[in-house]
Design a binder for this molecule. Structure first.
Ligand SMILES: [Zn+2]
Length: 81
């Protein structure tokens, strides 16, 4: 399955559904349009890979995946206060 890319604004996905290398190029072109419309926002936008398991989450730093990993700790929760 092709890698999915999305356009993010301040870490929040605003456009997704860009698949593969062609999709990445399309996402970058879309981002360029956004930056052209609002040059002051250039630093807020970025193209990143989408998490393969969760829509609209960046592959690196997916909050949903981070939550799932932390849930593994419930097995030994008896020792916690
Ligand atoms: Zn995820």
């Amino acid at each position: 399955m092709a890698t999915e890319y999305g356009v993010f604004e301040d870490g929040a996905c605003i456009e997704a559904g860009f698949h593969g290398e062609i999709g990445k190029a399309a996402a970058e072109a879309h981002m360029a349009d956004l930056v052209a419309a609002e040059p002051g926002m250039a630093d807020a936008y970025e193209v990143d890979e989408i998490c393969p398991d969760h829509d609209e989450q960046p592959k690196n730093g997916c909050e949903e995946c981070a939550d799932e990993e932390s849930e593994d700790d419930t097995e030994d929760r008896d020792g916690r206060s």
